[in-house]
Design a protein around this ligand. Structure first.
Ligand code: GLY
Length: 370
């Protein structure tokens, strides 16, 4: 399957997906074979061990590529790793005609994209996402970034990869925890932009998907989600307005995520946090943008049947409010949210005051008593 994301005359990404995607990659690399300079592959230690051997066995022309390895985890999305990678690229002869291949989940594609977009004022790069979150969201749309202290994605660029190759069989090696992050983004994209996909998700058995994860069913879900995201990004590449709808669930979701980091030795996954954030922001949608109570209840039940309830106390809600004060989506002193009018129809930039946000956390707390 093939898609194209076009944000301007000289700004496009070709997206290939499916079991024969490495044949597409081979053909794509051959077309660019005038590129004589060394190619680089950025991987973390997991994707180096589990995905790189497969890639190299199918694409012999990459045998000579220089492999850059990072430890796994969010902490490598830092300026220190960026400097290290710039230095490795420079030291190993990278030029503006070198290709950087990012093989990994969202951390690797965000970091690798940022390094490529800034090294020598920008070198070409491609993504081979290896997680469901990467396939349906992080790798798609040209956002690159690193974290600044505790604040995620504070520094970054909008810079499109030349191509993206989605190989669903990589999902066979993922834990259920990692798959959840991708599932949450698929739920989000349906809620903000496609009511038909939302209806389909309501009927899907996720246990089946988890057990037959390399099936056509999951591949179609990935393809549909990517197509919808491309349609949004094409209209608003630099996130001036419409693209903000992709942040549904994320403001309160990030507050859940950072609370769980503070409280637990095994924090909840990003996707789990975003899913819980969607419950609260679904509540705010009822208060502010006419989202019907019946739809809100369906959303809440759908999420709680797939993601575990994470209990919060009064002091936790206070900590979450503190986190939201630092949210990068705030303009001036206001908190702005993307809220739903109905499933498949979202409105960005709705201002909610602190009392309304606290009320949404109160609503969330009542769900723990059910
Ligand atoms: N992950 C949200 C976006 O790409 O805009």
């Amino acid at each position: 399957m093939r898609l194209s994301l076009n944000t301007g005359p000289a700004n496009a990404t070709e997206i290939f997906s499916g079991p024969t995607v490495f044949q597409d990659l081979n053909d794509w690399l051959e077309k660019g074979c005038s590129r004589q300079d060394p190619a680089f592959i950025l991987a973390d230690s997991n994707t180096r061990a589990f995905c790189l051997p497969h890639l190299l066995s199918l694409i012999p022309s990459l045998q000579n590529a220089v492999v850059l390895e990072m430890p796994p985890g969010e902490s490598v999305k830092s300026i220190d790793s960026t400097i290290q990678l710039w230095a490795e690229l420079a030291g190993k002869g990278a030029s503006r005609r070198s290709l950087l291949i990012n093989l990994g989940g969202g951390v690797i594609t965000d970091l690798g994209g940022f390094v490529a977009s800034t090294f020598k004022r920008g070198i070409p790069f491609i993504h081979i996402p290896t997680t469901l979150l990467g396939m349906v969201d992080a790798a798609i749309g040209g956002k690159t970034g690193i974290n600044l202290g505790n604040i995620k994605n504070q520094v970054g660029t909008f810079y499109l990869p030349e191509a993206i190759f989605i190989y669903p069989a990589f999902l066979g090696t993922l834990s259920e925890y990692e798959l959840h992050s991708g599932f949450a983004e698929i739920i989000k994209i349906a809620l903000v932009a496609d009511s038909e996909l939302w209806q389909k998700l309501l009927l899907l058995s996720w246990q089946d998907l988890l057990h037959r994860r390399t099936d056509q069913g999951l591949e179609d879900l990935i393809y549909n989600s990517v197509k919808i995201k491309c349609r949004i990004v094409e209209q608003d590449f630099k996130e001036m307005n419409l693209r903000e709808i992709l942040n549904f669930g994320h403001t309160i979701g990030h507050a859940f995520e950072s609370l769980s980091f503070k409280k637990n030795s095994t924090p909840i996954s990003h996707g789990h946090a975003i899913a819980l954030g969607m419950i609260c922001e679904g509540y705010l949608s009822g208060r502010k943008t006419g989202f019907e109570a019946g739809d809100r209840d369906v959303l809440t039940r759908m999420i709680l049947s797939r993601f575990k309830y994470f209990p919060i106390q009064k002091k936790d809600a206070d900590l979450m409010m503190d986190t939201m004060v630092h949210d990068k989506k705030r303009r001036e002193s206001e908190s702005r949210f993307t809220l739903l009018k109905e499933p498949g129809n979202a409105i960005p930039g709705i201002v909610c005051n602190p009392d309304e946000i606290v009320e949404s956390l109160e609503y969330y707390k009542t769900l723990g008593k059910e």
